[in-house]
Design a protein around this ligand. Structure first.
Ligand SMILES: [Zn+2]
Length: 143
């Protein structure tokens, strides 16, 4: 089953902020640089939900193993994940800001078919030339 991944400008943003998509993650998806690691994290979540594969790739740290591996295979994986997953909700638990590094802990509420595919992750972000990138993530607890 192929789910529709479209969103209107005046729909509430998928990232959980109480703002229209237009006023929230869309500007980042259109090329504006997120001002914080948390904004980047949220915009990556909504990009996964909308299957904006190139946005995921371009906001991943150049030293991340996925970035260094087979690019085409990685893109196909992201695309398949997006199609097979229902993105119910993002919950940001903690944001620890820094000059060069920042962490965001969050729970994503996901479903794949009848399975609950939710997980909690602490992500590490690094700033390079004034831009945040997703560097790595570790799962928190087990779900
Ligand atoms: Zn958003």
């Amino acid at each position: 089953m192929i789910l529709s991944k479209s969103i209107n400008k005046y729909d509430p943003c998928l990232c959980g902020n109480k703002a229209f998509y237009q006023k929230c993650c869309k500007k980042y998806h259109d090329g504006e640089i997120p001002e914080s690691a948390e904004a980047l994290m949220r915009s990556r979540y909504s990009a996964y939900a909308l299957n904006l594969v190139d946005y995921i790739v371009s906001t991943t740290h150049p030293q991340h193993p996925d970035y260094l591996g087979d690019r085409q295979q990685w893109k196909e994986y992201i695309h398949r994940f997006g199609i097979q997953t229902k993105f119910d909700r993002l919950e940001v638990l903690e944001f620890v800001d820094g000059d060069k590094e920042a962490t965001v802990s969050f729970t994503v509420h996901l479903r794949q078919g009848l399975e609950d595919a939710s997980f909690t992750e602490k992500s590490l972000f690094e700033k390079i030339d004034g831009r945040w990138f997703y560097k790595s993530g570790e799962l928190v607890g087990a779900k």
